[in-house]
Design a protein around this ligand. Structure first.
Ligand code: NAD
Length: 445
């Protein structure tokens, strides 16, 4: 909890925050092994082609299905709080039928418990009976995300026809504390052959993951979460970070690879290491990144070049080398780390935002190129509590922390959990996505 958040939770703080209408950051419920994914049952409504698959995934995740309101069993009718409200809108094929959204959510939205989830399932608009109605669902979910209080989140999941059996890993991610800092997102799932893992708690058992920039911050959290999920993690960072890198590698039971990804021989050394030591790689996470901020008129060429080299040119060269050597094993995963600055732009970050928008381009082009062999996605973090953001001047830092629907910064683990969802073997239909982990930041919203 940051200092403002602790204050807002105190007796005096609650009074002041309430009176002045200040941001009220609710403590987020995060994943913890053995704890139920959500506090409370899941109410599923709507009658499209996905409702049955959603109910099956909810049950398989160990969550209770709430009976329809007005029924006799447990649910909001008894004053209980829902853990999630899920609506299958995939069958909405006219503007008139958008009223079904209102009819389902309006009576129950105030019965959603703390850190509750709203998930609307739809059809990709260009494949739908009514492109207009399906596109309209975006405005609905994004607004619900902004209205929810107390750590609630809302998302839209567009499931292509034929992809009904490919949704479980996404349902489990969104209906749990793993997606604590993800809100207002539109996710696409396409058709794919999906094998459920033998053990949902260790879905990456037997897999090899490479994480760049793994010695600290978000990269260390990614290594930890992928290791927790069973992967053998190759942790890469510059030699100057050697001690910290070894500590992370030891903690996650992985190995350390010291190299500068901008070195001319870096891609070849990475391929050599992965193929020789592990016989290939299943999950590649391009997390290493730097900032060298200056407004454009004051930016020397070194700052421009350094940021482009680390954040964009190196991931591209590493991808090409891995693909040329056929080192990415079947059902592979390539994950980029973009930023909301890459979506919205940011003062002083022409270099950085160029590279982070380029990462989105990488997702678009590479996901099509390697379709059927690997998925390609990116996270776009907002304000995440790391050394990078601790160095930001206080006033800008406070603004960055509060200017989102959850009124707080995210944690490195929030970014890592989104990456673990992409990396999941059952996420084979999740490709070409850029998912913001930003608490629904106002920047670029
Ligand atoms: P960080 O500075 O704590 O960690 C970055 C890591 O990358 C460091 O360990 C660094 O040594 C490593 N690295 C840098 N250059 C390298 C090179 N040439 N070769 C190998 N490793 C190299 O930063 P962080 O906050 O953990 O950020 C991780 C990623 O998330 C970056 O891509 C960053 O742009 C992105 N991001 C962060 C935030 C945030 O709020 N912290 C927001 C949006 C995006």
């Amino acid at each position: 909890m940051d200092r403002y958040q602790s204050f807002a939770r105190s007796g005096l703080g609650r009074f002041v925050v309430g009176k002045l209408g200040l941001p009220d950051p609710h403590p987020l419920r995060r994943h913890s092994p053995g704890k139920p994914p959500l506090d409370g049952p899941v109410l599923v409504g709507g009658g499209g082609r996905l409702a049955d698959a959603v109910r099956a995934a909810v049950k398989s995740a160990g969550l209770d299905l709430a009976p329809e309101p007005g029924g006799t069993g447990r649910g909001a009718a008894d004053g209980e709080r829902y853990g999630a409200l899920v609506f299958d809108a995939s069958g909405i094929d006219s503007v008139e039928r958008l009223r079904e959204l209102y009819e389902f959510f309006q009576p129950v939205i105030r019965s959603l418990g703390p850190c509750g989830r709203v998930v609307v399932f739809g059809t990709p608009p260009e494949q739908a009976g009514s492109q207009i109605a399906q596109r309209a669902l975006e405005g609905f979910t994004r607004s619900v995300g902004k209205e929810l209080k107390r750590g609630g989140t809302a998302q839209l999941v567009q499931v292509a026809p034929g992809a009904e059996a490919a949704i479980e890993s996404t349902v489990r991610f969104l209906l749990s504390g793993r997606s604590a800092y993800v809100s207002g997102q539109v996710v696409r799932i396409g058709p794919a052959d999906v094998e459920p893992p033998a053990d949902w708690d260790r879905p990456l058992a037997g897999k090899v993951a490479l994480v760049t920039g793994a010695s600290r911050g978000i990269g260390a959290a990614i290594a930890e979460v992928l290791g927790r999920d069973g992967a053998a993690v190759v942790c890469l960072d510059v030699p100057a970070q050697g001690d910290e890198l070894s500590a992370v590698a030891n903690r996650v039971g992985g190995t350390a690879l010291q190299l500068d990804i901008t070195a001319p021989d870096a891609p070849a050394r990475i391929v050599e290491h992965l193929v020789r030591r592990h016989g290939g790689v299943d999950v590649v996470v391009h997390n290493a990144g730097i900032t060298r901020d200056r407004t454009l008129g004051r930016m020397d060429a070194d700052r421009w070049d350094a940021v482009v080299a680390v954040n964009l040119a190196s991931p591209e060269r590493v991808n090409e080398a891995l693909l040329a050597a056929d080192a990415v094993r079947p059902n592979g995963r390539i994950v980029g780390v973009s930023s909301i600055a890459g979506v919205a732009g940011n003062v002083g970050q022409t270099n950085y935002a160029t590279t982070k928008a380029g990462v989105i381009g990488m997702v678009d082009s590479l996901s099509r190129r390697v379709e059927g062999r690997a998925t390609v996605n990116a996270v776009a973090p907002g304000f995440i509590e790391t050394r990078m953001t601790a160095a930001v001047p206080l006033v800008i830092r406070e603004a960055g922390r509060r200017m989102n629907s959850l009124s707080q910064g995210g944690l490195p683990v929030d970014v890592a959990e989104a990456i673990a969802w992409f990396a999941h073997p059952a996420s084979a239909g999740v490709t070409g996505n850029v998912v913001r982990v930003c608490g629904q930041s106002l920047l670029g919203a």
